[in-house]
Design a protein around this ligand. Structure first.
Ligand SMILES: Cc1cc2nc3c(=O)[nH]c(=O)nc-3n(C[C@H](O)[C@H](O)[C@H](O)COP(=O)(O)O)c2cc1C
Length: 454
């Protein structure tokens, strides 16, 4: 934040603006933490001089409130010098605000419009220097820059010649609000002066103080993270660790479910949803802030050849903004993923349990089905047997009929046989009688033959 001789002096604009005693309390507080010098907020010199009441409400101090610079808004040299004379016993210097861009101030002829009136500013500085009877009493100015930097350099050189103690440069034009600060312009101004120059604008932490200080030429840029982003990065690592553990293949969903169902989670369960939402909101805010920063520094960059340190500085700022964007983006993303993974593991465990139960049921059903199949087989067999039994009956019937038929045939054959037998008997008897007759006839024939012979 500081250049050159001003290194070590902490430039603090007091934004505690409601009550003067509050501003004093704030100054006392920051001094306890090592603030070297405090500035009051801008006080309109003309109002300050107009009434005691205005003075009392705008400015209170005590013996420990030093070193102290009183900042005034003024548009004529004598009023500023008068105000400086009033506060001189209680302060170490006055600062003329030539940087306030607020519409009311510019319309009244205060603040940033003074950068276009170098002669007036020079006169104001000179008047204070000449009229305050304190040898080392400081007179400083705070300015914004012109689009045409030569005008700013000209203004600064004029007030330097008038005896200004230092110049604070807010490195933006009066029209600019949140655009990147033109540190190159501050450096140019610094290079063209021999008094201390205080850089102002977009300085949020000690790193910024150091890096902007280093823009004067020292190599190396700090890249450490602020506490806030360190916390977010730590949170990101914790999320990654938890997700890795959740994804370990040898821990079953059922085991996780048992862990999730532990009573310890019930006790924090009430805060879980609120905490989850709060975390999302915080991360979204950080993410949007990082997006804003990236957009801010992604714009036009100074040429590397013309302003190498400025180029490096803006690149470092862009790098930090992008790093913060990734950190907050991934943290937000993993935060949502983690919740979903836990839900899915629970669902998977339930599904596994259900599938086990179904499997058991299916086994039982299969068993029953097998039993039924066997029964059916047996029934089929029985039916087949029954069917076969029917055929045998038929066959038996046929056989019975056959037997009957054969019996009848047998009877007929038997009768025929009997008949034949009787006929054979008859024929036998006839044959016997014929044989006997033949024998007798044969005997008679023999007898006759014998007789004839004889
Ligand atoms: C609410 C508010 C009040 C301010 N009051 C003063 C002031 O009284 N005097 C002054 O010199 N600058 C004042 N400033 C300007 C800051 O001191 C500082 O120059 C500016 O905010 C730097 O830009 P940054 O916001 O990018 O850091 C004020 C800024 C804000 C936002």
């Amino acid at each position: 934040m500081f250049m050159d001789e001003c290194v070590g002096v902490f430039h603090l604009w007091l934004l505690v603006s409601c009550f003067s005693p509050l501003r004093l309390s704030f100054r006392c507080l920051v001094r306890k933490y090592g603030c070297d010098m405090c500035f009051t907020p801008m006080i309109v010199a003309a109002d300050f001089m107009r009434s005691v009441k205005a003075r009392d409400s705008e400015f209170t101090t005590n013996s420990s409130d030093r070193p102290l610079i009183i900042q005034f808004a003024a548009k004529d040299a004598q009023t500023l010098a008068d105000a400086a004379c009033v506060v001189a016993p209680f302060s170490d210097g006055v600062d003329l605000n030539c940087g306030c861009p607020q519409r009311w101030a510019v319309a009244e002829g205060y603040g940033a419009c003074l950068i276009n009136k170098p002669q007036l500013v020079k006169d104001m500085v000179r008047h204070v220097k000449n009229q305050v009877e304190k040898p080392n009493y400081a007179v400083s100015i705070k300015i914004r820059i012109h689009k045409d930097l030569r005008k700013t350099v000209d203004l600064c050189q004029k007030v330097e010649a008038a005896g200004v103690s230092w110049i604070t440069v807010h490195g933006r034009t009066p029209e600019e609000r949140h655009q990147p600060v033109h540190y190159d312009a501050i450096k140019t101004i610094k290079d063209s002066l021999s008094i201390p120059v205080i850089a102002n604008g977009d300085i949020k932490n000690l790193q910024d103080v150091e890096s902007i200080h280093q823009l004067t030429g020292v190599d190396g840029m700090p890249t450490e993270m602020t506490l806030q982003w360190t916390a977010v990065a730590l949170f990101l690592y914790v999320e990654i660790g938890i997700l890795v553990i959740l994804c370990l293949p040898f821990i079953s969903p059922q085991r996780w479910q048992k862990i999730f169902n532990l009573s310890i989670w019930n006790s924090i369960g009430h805060f879980w949803n609120k905490g989850f939402l709060a975390m999302i909101i915080i991360l979204i805010v950080l993410f949007l802030d990082a997006v804003r920063e990236v957009r801010k520094y992604s714009g036009t960059q100074p040429s590397k050849e013309a302003m190498p340190s400025m180029y490096d500085h803006l690149h470092m700022k862009l790098f930090r903004a992008q790093r913060n964007l990734y950190i907050s983006g991934f943290t937000l993303f993993l935060w949502l993923v983690m919740r979903r993974v836990i839900m899915l593991i629970n669902q998977l465990a339930v599904a596994n349990n259900t599938s086990k139960a179904l499997h058991a049921q299916t086994e039982a059903a299969n068993q029953a089905a097998r039993q039924y199949m066997e029964d059916i087989e047996q029934l089929k067999q029985a039916l087949t047997d029954d069917a076969e039994g029917g055929n045998r009956g038929q066959k038996n019937e046929l056989l019975r009929k056959e037997v009957q038929k054969l019996t009848e045939e047998l009877k007929i054959s038997d009768e025929a046989l009997k008949k034949s037998t009787s006929e054979v008997q008859v024929m036998k008897k006839q044959t016997e009688s014929l044989t006997k007759e033949y024998d007798r006839l044969l005997q008679e024939h023999q007898k006759l033959q014998v007789t004839d012979f004889l």
